[in-house]
Design a protein around this ligand. Sequence first.
Ligand code: SAJ
Length: 451
Amino acid sequence: MKFNKICIIGLGYIGLPTASTFAVNGVKVLGVDINTKVVDALKKGEIIIHEPGLRDVVAQAIDSGNLSASTKPEEADAFLIAVPTPFKEHEYGDFGGRRYKLADMGAVITATQAIVPFLRKGNLVVLESTSPPRTTIDLVAPILERSGLKAGTDFFLCYSPERVLPGQILRELIENARVIGGVTPESAKAGHDLYATFVKGKIIETDATTAEMVKIMENTTRDVNIAIANEFARLAEKFGVDVWEAISLANLHPRINILSPGPGVGGHCISVDPWFFVEAAPELTPLIYHARHVNDTQPHFVVEKVKQALGGLSGKKIAALGLAYKPDVDDLRESPATEIVYLLQNEGAQVRAWEPFKPDAKLDRISMATGLQDAIKDVEMILLLVRHTEFGALKPGEIASQTKARIAMDTVNAWKMDEWQKAGFQFHRLGDSKSPTLAPGASTGVVNQKS
Ligand code: SAJ
């Protein structure tokens, strides 16, 4: 099947890279977003999100004349839906005392409804947004069929999950294997033809519900694996062990690959998607539920550790380094770092936050520093929350001369203990109760030779 023009609804972290990649590969693309800021920026060749390489591809796409933007769809050969599927903010489900989050499918519904007036016989519609199992069949198809056309017969309908890693989206979009789940085999074939425009990885056809499940299984597996790493960190603190050392030793086993503990799991994917399984079948998902619970409570674990190190939080001044949900991205959504700042402040601490990837972020009740020095100069503790490359490269000797702080805490294993101690800091690391927390010379009762 040949696609001359496609319409992509949702110009966020997935929709915009996808739209630009199609456009630079010779397809006419109309990018649609209800946010006029996004559309106006794109019309001027600008973007309002940070993703390595995206600015250049968008510029190329616009220069080619193939990418345009609007707030409304138009007729096209194919429609792609790439809108967010967050969870509801104030509504929860309950299964025997297990409180779980609920998917907010509002954006998928609105996007699907927007396509209906423009849907024609022979068109292809693809849902890319991560969605609960059966969404394509039970939610999207009935809305599209209000056009009078039948899914799988008059038009093709697929679910094809995006699986790209923020920070590497443009490369992974092209190189990753692509799963295409059709409501009929013919739909899957049409989806295959569309993505073959630029996908170099394998393109595999299956049914729509399998494809939906594949996506949530991937992110759920990662979430559960991070939860066990976080639980190991808690255990290590109880038993006088350095979890980072223990993990690196366990990972020497040929079939073990333990992930990294940290301040919690954030972002709009891994911290959200497992709830789709829990909501769809709470009676079948105790493990997935508890893993989510462990990761969601990890910020509280960090706050307790900070409290112990400072001997209380009230009135304590802390510099929080990093607010993003993970290293080297500007995305603050569902960020555990941000939650930690709020939790510290709720207990009376005064926090100055520095996020080099989003220095202008305006967050309710968070005092943003204008730079590293501004963040650290007048505090008691430097708290590392995100493993940004530039934070890993900080020189404790230089930091010591720019701050009053003599306590440093690393929640992501980016810093070398001996360097910070040599520079005169009391050093704490998440998951490491083996490390002496006081500077050399002071008596701790615990001796550690490691760095
Ligand atoms: N994290 C840890 N420990 C680790 C790895 C990650 O605490 O060992 C934390 C990160 O700091 C972050 C969170 O987990 O807060 C999620 O980060 P991530 O890099 O694992 O994943 P995302 O959310 O950026 O992207 C994931 C990817 N899924 C998988 O790796 C299975 C990506 O391929 C998906 O396309 C994306 O979700 C998505 O859009 O669903």
